[in-house]
Write a protein that binds this ligand. Structure first.
Ligand code: IVH
Length: 704
């Protein structure tokens, strides 16, 4: 007997929610996207035919409803409290002492969790159904963001019912946040679309959740972790551990990173661990939170002035510091861009001494009204170059000076020109020594020819003394010249000469990257190299080698490099732009680069100096390489040290592999970066092979 339409709709809803849970909550999808979409479409069709059967908790209603004029207020039945703060280990010990004294016992168990830097919310489930959700607001009253919360697919619209049980009422609390990677990606998209970027993930999460138009919320990848409860009826929870174990049974996501601590020493160890590893976490954490595990003990401890005595936040030290701006100097980049750089009175932030910071451009200095001599707030975010947040005008003495952008290049004194539609001034002199030094630095850098033993000081000496006037000159250096330089011994000279010699044999991708063509980063260089190598094979056989290299052992590699460069020089801007991934701006820059006589001479000099392509690898041919990982599925966890995740993904895909986001039986490899997350455990559980980063690299390199 066939199901009634209503039953069929209900079945589809339950099935879709089950897949949402598998995918968004426990990271164990069973369905491909296509299968999921098909199921979803079926439900959508049935609901379109029977609009009277549409309910608010149908998964089709997650897409976001019409904009509302303003948010209504919702009163929390139990106030949402805030934490008191501890700023170091000794503050945490004070907290522990207070707790033990108040409870008059030595046996205290704490649960420590990362302090998520998002937006706190409370969701109300009645008889297992999601009925409303609100922001924390002032702790007593929050804003009704039910429609927005419904768009998060990790928020179950109906609780899963372990053993057929659902509580009468469950008010559950958690943090809405956005992962750092999603944040970066969204900002990249916005920049590409000419929109202003968001300042930080917290602002983005808060702004997204408080969108009046839930369709906007639906379009952004918000996440949620649950960590607390308000009122509960029909069930008792006895401790934080009990809570963190129970919520997942109802389909509510909890952060897998937490620690049960039997002593304050264990809490402090966790505080230090999370602080040390916070950069590698997928989300922003600004500290840890420490909670007394037992709910009964919490009741005894109580609350004073909005902060519970049973919990505390251990904040991480601020990544900002105050110092003095001693001067602003102007540095010249490879492309001739003049960048103002702040010279700071050295200041320690997060244990690192900061003595300079970029000021980007003149407009930025004017906009922030930064003056030489100002006291300034400096910020260090992760490993990025420190920046000046703002000056402190209230501390001015009257001796501060405004900065004036020079009208000539500080290195070669030629005129500096402000390009139309650009905020940067540029030195247009292609033989400017400062520009040349930067080009050499780029040429020898890791992703380029990777010449070890050469740094900025050595390059400065070589250029300033007139020993190196072109890139090719690097390969004519000899032992005596090197030993004659300041602080350069015979051993370093021999090592450098050996490094230079072996760097002559390189790949086309590295070579193209090393040239510093505007807009051609490591990835585009690879794209360009691949397209060129295919085309140049045909050209190669017809070509003569540069005559004086005929006898050279690398004649073959030299011929291949020559063929590739000739092909590039013959390729028009339009043809460049037709290569997948090469946009019109890059196509223009590449074509202009190869059209320049000066550059052609430079390339010829490099060929004469012995630059050559490495012989093609033994093993799979180019064509086979592209399918070497055919349909192999990879999942990444933790942060990779040699490349970004998106680069790793691109490399896997260029070999025909597939990158998936969650671990299941169907995954072939899980690649472990630093601080791998729960995906690693999952892989071990399912017996999916784990690859360390080094093994992954070896695998890629053996095919590329
Ligand atoms: S439990 C006092 N657990 O902290 C109990 N809160 O200052 C509060 N927060 O607005 C709730 N991570 O946004 C709890 N693991 C965590 C948390 C956490 C971040 C935030 C929450 C709240 C603020 C209270």
């Amino acid at each position: 007997m066939s199901l009634s339409v209503n039953q069929e709709i209900e079945r589809l809803r339950a099935e879709i929610e089950r897949h949402n849970h598998l995918y968004f909550v426990i990271n164990q999808p069973e369905f491909s996207d296509a299968e999921y979409d098909a199921l979803f479409q079926k439900l959508r069709d049935l609901e379109a035919q029977h609009p009277e059967l549409v309910t608010v908790d149908s998964p089709t209603q997650r897409v976001g409803s019409q904009p509302s004029a303003a948010f209504a207020s919702i009163e929390h039945s139990v106030p949402m409290l805030s934490f008191g703060n501890a700023f170091d280990a000794s503050d945490l010990r004070d907290f522990d002492r207070r707790v033990r004294t108040l409870l008059n016992t030595e046996d205290i168990v704490y649960v420590a969790e990362p302090k998520l830097d998002g937006l706190a919310v409370e969701l109300v489930y009645r008889k297992g159904r999601f009925v409303s959700g609100a922001t924390r607001g002032d702790g007593r009253m929050g804003e009704d963001v039910t429609a927005n919360l419904r768009t998060l697919r990790s928020v179950p619209l109906r609780l899963r019912d372990p053993d057929g049980f659902t509580p009468e009422l469950l008010e559950v609390r958690g943090e809405v946040f956005i992962e750092k990677e999603s944040f970066a990606e969204l900002n990249r998209e916005r920049r590409d679309d000419g929109l202003a970027s968001f300042a930080n993930p917290r602002n983005l999460a808060a702004g997204t959740l408080r969108q009046l138009d839930a369709r906007v919320t639906a379009s952004r990848p918000l996440s949620i972790y649950f960590y607390d409860v308000g009122l509960i009826e029909g069930m008792t929870i006895e401790s934080q551990q009990h809570l963190l174990n129970t919520l997942p049974e109802f389909g509510l996501r909890v952060n897998p990173l937490f620690r049960v601590c039997e002593s304050i020493d264990a809490v402090i160890a966790f505080y230090e661990k999370v602080q040390a590893e916070r950069q590698a976490l997928a989300y922003e954490a600004d500290g840890i939170v420490v909670k007394v595990d037992s709910f009964a003990a919490r009741g005894l401890l109580g609350t004073v002035s909005r902060s519970p005595r049973w919990a505390i936040a251990g904040k991480f030290p601020a990544s900002q510091g105050m110092t003095k701006l001693n001067d602003i100097i102007v540095s010249v980049g490879r492309t001739g861009a003049l960048t103002p750089v702040a010279v700071l009175e050295p200041v320690r932030i997060h244990g690192v001494e900061i003595s300079s910071a970029t000021l980007h451009n003149e407009d930025e200095i004017l906009r922030k009204d930064i003056r030489i001599g100002d006291s300034v707030i400096v910020e260090r975010a992760g490993d990025v170059i420190p920046k000046i947040v703002r000056p402190m005008p209230e501390l001015r003495t009257g001796d501060e000076r405004a900065f004036v952008m020079p009208t000539t290049c500080p290195a070669c004194s030629s005129e500096a020109v402000r390009m139309e539609a650009e905020s940067a001034y540029r030195c247009l002199n292609t033989s400017c020594p400062a520009r040349f030094k930067q080009s050499v630095l780029h040429f020898i850098s890791k992703g380029a020819l990777d010449i070890e033993g050469m740094g900025p000081q050595l390059i400065t000496q070589l250029v300033d003394r007139g020993i190196v006037n072109s890139l090719a000159d690097l390969f004519t250096l000899d032992r005596d010249t090197l030993i004659g330089l300041d602080r350069f011994g015979p051993k370093s000279a021999d090592n450098l000469l050996a490094a230079l010699d072996s760097a002559k044999h390189t790949t086309l991708a590295r070579f193209l990257f090393s040239l510093g063509i505007p807009g051609v980063g490591a990835h585009l260089a690879k794209v360009l190299a691949q397209a060129t190598e295919e085309g140049s094979k045909r050209l190669q056989d017809r070509l003569d080698v540069v005559p004086d290299l005929l006898a050279h052992k690398s004649a073959e590699g030299s011929k291949r490099l020559r063929a590739s460069l000739d092909l590039l020089a013959q390729t028009s801007e339009e043809e460049m732009a037709s290569i997948h991934e090469i946009g019109p701006l890059s196509a223009h820059a590449i074509a202009a680069f190869f059209a320049s006589d000066q550059n052609r001479q430079m390339l010829l000099d490099l060929l004469r100096a012995g630059l050559a392509l490495e012989p093609p690898r033994e093993g799979p041919s180019q064509d086979r390489a592209r399918t070497a990982l055919a349909a192999r599925r990879f999942v990444f966890t933790g942060s990779l040290s040699s490349m970004t995740r998106s680069e790793a993904g691109e490399r896997v895909e260029s070999l025909g592999g597939i990158v998936a986001s969650s671990v299941s039986k169907n995954i072939d490899y899980v690649v472990l970066g630093d601080n791998p997350g729960s995906k690693a455990d999952k892989a071990r559980e399912l017996g999916v092979p784990l690859l360390y980063e080094s093994e992954f690299l070896e695998m890629l390199e053996s095919y590329e």
